[in-house]
Design a protein around this ligand. Sequence first.
Ligand code: MN
Length: 414
Amino acid sequence: MSSWVPVPDGSDFPLENLPYGSFSRAGEAPRLGVAIGEQILDLGAVARAGLLDGTVDEPVTTLGAPVLNPLLAQDHAAWARLRARLGELLTAGAGAGSTAGHLVPQAEARMHLPFVPGDYVDFYSSIEHASTVGRIFRPDGDPLLPNWRWMPIAYHGRAGTVVVSGTPIRRPMGQRRPPPDETPPFGPTQRLDIELELGFVVGRATTLGEPIPVERAADHLFGVTLVNDWSARDIQNWEYQPLGPFLGKSFATSVGPWVVPMEALAPHRVAAREQDPPPLPHLRLSGEWALDVELRVDLAVDGGAPEEISAVNARGLYWSAPQQLAHLTSNGATIRPGDLLASGTISGPDPGQGGSLLERTWNGRDPLPLASGARRTFLEDGDTVTLRGWAGGEGTGRPRIGLGSCAGTITPAG
Ligand code: MN
């Protein structure tokens, strides 16, 4: 398949991807668009031209919105009809005459938060991440706590501080663990870290008291975006017992500007790793639900060039997104359109596959040497972290389904 819109080799955004975002040009209000090559198709404009009739309910209102939430409120059949129609309009030989006027160059666009997060839940679904963190903090115990293999462990995060890629991240203040019998210091975190994650954007509200069965969970999964769950390890370490992470996590969470439809990633679903013991019936899932998505972390320091510091594939995650959603609602809790379910830090078995600096430096014990000659344990002011992700592409014989990038630069504590 090819599009009449030029798609350069290696682009994240061929016709097979069509991720959704919210964009504006200078002086314009944010509005929804779909990425194709180096362009964005203005969805509201295409809807007003009558070209999306019969796809979603109220196409002009739904797609003329500044965020995805009205679309997320509809069902997966509507999402599929819209995606199919957009594919038709952008396929070579069709539609150029009617839609070419509604393309905006990405180079001219500023990207905004693509959805208003309803609730934000951060899971802990990588067994390598959970095990390594266990070894760092509990060297004499079992790396995994007894509950870990029975449920996707999670905490409720702060939806209101989810920000879009490019938003500066101010170094948070907080309390740190004091020496015995001393007063805890309050000041800028000294252990500012990243967490490389995938975020699943959820749609279609449920009714209080009615769980989503695991085999229906996929109907509520709209798409995937990159997530950097910035973490202040020293604040987290002092506050997290007994009720879990709080201010060490809530100061900011970055998401990518593009939400890639689950349907675009369908060809990249692979068999998940074996779960031992088998999950309880309400979490038992057939079908292939691991995502063969390559992930990278780039770090740029002192205004220098970005340098790759971590490389891992998401297919190794122990718990899948449908299992996370089934678990989240298994007590009858509802979901709302725009809820964000993050995977938790994604790490692999090798040291270079750690999705956090905590793991890459063994909690600061082993500084990372960088090509520039600099070394890092945790982040310093002025550092820029960029997450990237993609499925398929060069060498796979399949179109590249890119997630784009998710970046943030650390600014000094205020
Ligand atoms: Mn996290």
